[in-house]
Design a protein around this ligand. Structure first.
Ligand code: PLP
Length: 383
């Protein structure tokens, strides 16, 4: 049987609701038109609501990495130091961005799959007076791990000159995160993960402290955040933004707010719990000791290459799941359950895992074991 339907269970891009696709296909608006200006201003407001910040909300036309680069280039000067938590691919990206922009990264290395011990961050700050920032992921997507950014925010109250810069690209829209309350000075997200919109937009928020720290002359022309703040306050952007994507994002954000951020977070918690239960019922183990609610990283069983699970799922069944990156390539595969995902998508991910593993010769389970475990979770959660 050839697959006739394609399903995306990857941690970005994720599946896009029909309503959002419809919004995307509306006739393109001129980015300086009054009609677009209104939508743009509203979209900034909706983002502020979902991200729970009173700070400046900037929409950038780039993938998420663009907002990460904008943060490093606009908040630090060459020669500054920043503590960087590296527990996976995206932590490494912070480190590389620092080096690219002449910022000295003080790396807190964490075993991939573990959350950073907040005391380690505190130690790095105490041992390196004058550090200007802490760069971290809320969720490290490459390992499916959530860091305790709330606790790190508490620690930073004792370091008033340090900016907390949090990459929440797979956290916003998965968890209900009170950005301001946690002391996150700069928060970043992107359109193509839990925000249910195609790739192409990044979001960066800055509280007053962060705005005051924007450098005079960032070494980037395109990502000039001072310029963007000035323009975006007026519903404009410095350069042409992806107007269709902004219209689509606006629609997706309204869907999130209609469901309610708390309900969205609860849904993700249940979907994640069911996925974990299903995986364990197959006799498999998770990579992460602090598993995130947006994506589950599963250790491939002894003798089986995780990339083969991904390949069979895609080629034979039309279902795209993700493999591992760097030294985890082949060792894990990742089932995403963020964004436009419900219990039946989770069941699909588990079923295709069972089919692929069976084909690869792994037989420590009977067909349906994972589905049964997940169903129990859904049933008791009333989903
Ligand atoms: C997806 C993602 C990014 C951004 O990646 P892009 O490909 O540039 O959109 C950054 N951080 C995390 C944690 C991510 O999951």
């Amino acid at each position: 049987m050839k697959p006739i339907k394609r399903r995306l269970l990857t941690p970005g891009p994720t599946m896009v609701p029909e309503r959002v696709l419809e919004a995307l296909s509306r006739p393109t608006l001129y980015h300086r038109s009054p009609e677009f200006k209104e939508i743009f201003l509203e979209t900034r407001k909706l983002l502020g609501k979902i991200m729970r910040t009173e700070g400046e909300v900037l929409i950038l036309t780039s993938s998420g990495t663009g907002a990460m680069e904008a943060a490093v280039a606009n908040l630090f000067n060459p020669g500054d130091s920043a503590v960087v938590v590296v527990g996976g691919k995206f932590g490494q990206r912070w480190e590389e961005l620092c080096r690219t922009h002449g910022v000295n990264p003080i790396v807190v290395n964490v075993e991939w799959g573990r959350a950073v011990d907040p005391a380690e961050v505190e130690r790095a700050l105490s041992e390196n007076p004058g550090v200007k920032g802490v760069l971290i992921q809320i969720c490290e997507t490459s390992t499916g791990t959530v860091h305790d950014v709330k606790e790190i925010g508490k620690i930073l109250r004792n370091f008033p000159d340090v900016l907390l810069v949090a990459d929440g690209i797979t956290a916003y829209g998965v968890y209900d995160i009170p950005t301001d309350e946690w002391g996150i000075d700069v928060a970043i997200t992107g359109s193509q993960k839990a925000l249910m919109t195609p790739p192409g937009l990044a979001v960066i928020t800055l509280n007053e402290k962060a705005v005051n720290r924007l450098v005079e002359k960032p070494r980037t022309y395109y990502f000039n955040l001072k310029k963007e703040i000035k323009q975006q306050k007026k519903g404009q952007t410095a350069y042409t933004t992806a107007t269709n994507l902004v219209v689509a994002l606006n629609e997706a954000l309204k869907m999130i707010l209609k469901e309610g951020i708390e309900n969205v977070a609860k849904r993700h918690a249940i979907l994640a719990e069911a996925t974990r239960a299903g995986v364990k019922a197959m006799g498999l183990e998770l990579l992460s000791y602090s598993p995130a609610n947006g994506v589950t990283a599963v250790l491939a069983p002894e003798g089986i290459n995780g990339q083969d699970v991904v390949k069979i799922a895609r080629e034979r069944y039309g279902i795209t799941i993700a493999g591992g990156q760097e030294h985890l390539k082949g060792k894990i595969f990742r089932l995403s359950h963020m964004g436009y995902v419900d219990q039946f998508d989770v069941l699909t991910g588990l079923e295709v895992t069972e089919l692929a593993l069976k084909e690869l010769g792994y037989s420590k389970f009977k067909f349906g074991d994972s589905v049964k475990a997940a169903m129990e979770v859904f049933y008791s959660a009333n989903l």
